[in-house]
Design a protein around this ligand. Sequence first.
Ligand code: NAD
Ligand code: DAU
Length: 383
Amino acid sequence: METEEKVQKRIIITGGAGFIGSHVVRLFVNKYPEYEIYNMDKLTYAGNLANLKDIEERPNYHFVKADICDFDFVLKFIQEKNIDGIIHLAAESHVDRSIKDPFTFAQTNVMGTLSLLQAAKLYWESLPEKYDGKRFYHISTDEVYGALEMSHPQGIKPPFSTQASSDQHLAYGDTFFTEDLKYQPHSPYSASKASSDHFVRAFHDTYGMPTIVTNCSNNYGPYQFPEKLIPLFINNIRNRKPLPVYGKGENVRDWLYVEDHARAIDIIFHKGKIAETYNIGGFNEWKNIDIIKCVIHTVDKMLGRNEDEDMNLITYVTDRLGHDARYAIDSRKLQSELGWEPSLQFEEGIEKTVRWYLDNEEWLENVTSGDYQSYYERMYSQR
Ligand code: NAD
Ligand code: DAU
């Protein structure tokens, strides 16, 4: 689908050194050479500029090391660069960390979002054209809707599917996250994201800011920090370390390949309706334990180990506090209104993902040892 007439835009992508952000930055830098793309990132433990090595020298790419909570800096930057679009991904994103340290989540996810909103508002309202041609696009999560019932623990044939749905695909309940569902976040992470979503909508409703919010399901793919289930487990299987399965491993997540999320963000940024919410997901529910077995199988096969020899690494551990039972996105609105579809079957996406981590051992080693944090010093501090 053609998504853009060739007009110049100056866009801030926040959190572009993180997992999803790096895929979004790469897509925009490559696809829109006429845009200026500013990757604004604080480089927390989750930010890694090595994720963008392949595009860092491109003339339309600019890295800006900044904390989105630094309102004065953000305002000055938006004014100086005459920014007309913000795609906001920067966040604290790991549920387990939010359970240990909720304050950081409120600070970054709520106050950081508010700082960006207020800075964009002050600048855009000062312009003769005001909000014309401007866009504030906030990337959020399906976790704001809370947890769905597991009314079919054995799985049923799903009521919806996509071209990319595989034959093995099952649904584990009759209800799905739709855009009009009431927010019921449970973890400090999802509560902070819910709060930020409310602020974004409040800026539309109060000031007329052209905002869009999307809520996406679990992403997987290259460059994900190995604290999240799939990369953590690939790395542990590789090193023959235990695989900590929370509870009984029966919780269900709805998985989407990260490049499909980035494609959806591109389409929605350019074609989405102002003030709308779009849910993004691939109709791809899996129980954690089934994913884990699939990952073990794939890693063992690719490493030439005996089939499934690492199944004994599975170690059931104490459950996550407040662990949401099931997430399942209904993304039919996005499919029917904007023509987006996931492109990959899950089995294909997992193969690609495992292959990437095994082929990028150096990246994994650097991330797990902490060495990646000096990449910024080497790349940018002597410039
Ligand atoms: P991530 O943790 O991999 O990356 C977050 C990035 O934000 C990092 O580069 C980090 O340095 C940066 N950052 C954090 N605090 C900052 C601050 N104060 N100022 C500037 N930069 C800061 O996250 P991710 O998994 O790529 O998620 C990106 C966004 O997508 C988040 O908003 C998350 O809530 C949302 N989301 C994630 C998923 C998923 O499965 N990972 C699914 C749906 C939605
Ligand atoms: O649904 C979207 C969300 O998906 C995003 O908003 C979050 O940023 C992202 O981190 C992800 O949240 P989850 O908590 O679902 O992802 P995580 O990879 O941490 O866990 C996936 C499932 O696996 C979850 O049910 C918990 C379980 N798990 C996780 C880890 C890290 C384990 O059983 N063992 C583990 O070691």
